[in-house]
Design a binder for this molecule. Structure first.
Ligand code: FES
Length: 169
């Protein structure tokens, strides 16, 4: 697995474990619940760590490799932990021309992240993850970004600053 930016504490809450146990019991083959386990763990922890892979394998009577191959095959799974606030800046053509690169650099500079690095960047306190994504289907209102589940359009640098004050603690 790739290295994580910080150790991911791993302890599955009892309620979540009970929910997943009930889910696994619905399948004649427990391994059929693998993807649902991984989605639930990613939702809870912000990513699928090695510990999450091992825990899932042990719960479903599989080898860790049987679970790990799912994590690496499906692009919706992440092995690194994401921040509590996710800022996804569109970098496709319209947004790139309208200032997406400046916008990402601005966030990185404000949050002490290295804009020269590729891929998602997460602050050491786990509060923010900043990353580029491809077209968010709002090209006419570029530059756009997603702050968690919300789409922001025609984002200016002062708006970007304001946005940071509205984020989850
Ligand atoms: S190019 Fe950014 S939303 Fe389409």
């Amino acid at each position: 697995m790739t290295a994580t930016s910080q150790p991911m504490p791993f302890s599955v809450p009892q309620a979540l474990e009970a929910e997943l146990d009930a889910l696994a019991a619905r399948y004649p083959e427990k391994r059929s619940a693998s993807l649902m386990f991984l989605h639930a763990l990613q939702d809870h922890f912000g990513g699928v760590s090695r510990e999450a892979v091992e825990w899932t394998a042990s719960k479903l009577g599989l080898q860790p490799i049987n679970v790990y191959e799912l994590v690496t095959f499906y692009p919706m799974f992440r092995q690194e932990t994401l921040g509590r606030n996710q800022i996804k800046v569109c970098r496709t053509l319209s947004c790139a021309l309208a200032g997406a690169y400046e916008l990402r650099e601005h966030f990185c500079s404000k949050l002490g992240l290295d804009a020269a690095k590729h891929g998602p960047q997460t602050t050491p306190d786990g509060k923010f993850t900043v990353e580029f994504v491809e077209c968010l289907a709002s090209c006419g209102t570029a530059p756009v970004l997603m702050l968690n589940e919300e789409l922001w359009e025609k984002v200016t640098l002062p708006e970007a600053d304001r946005m940071l004050t509205l984020c989850r603690p």
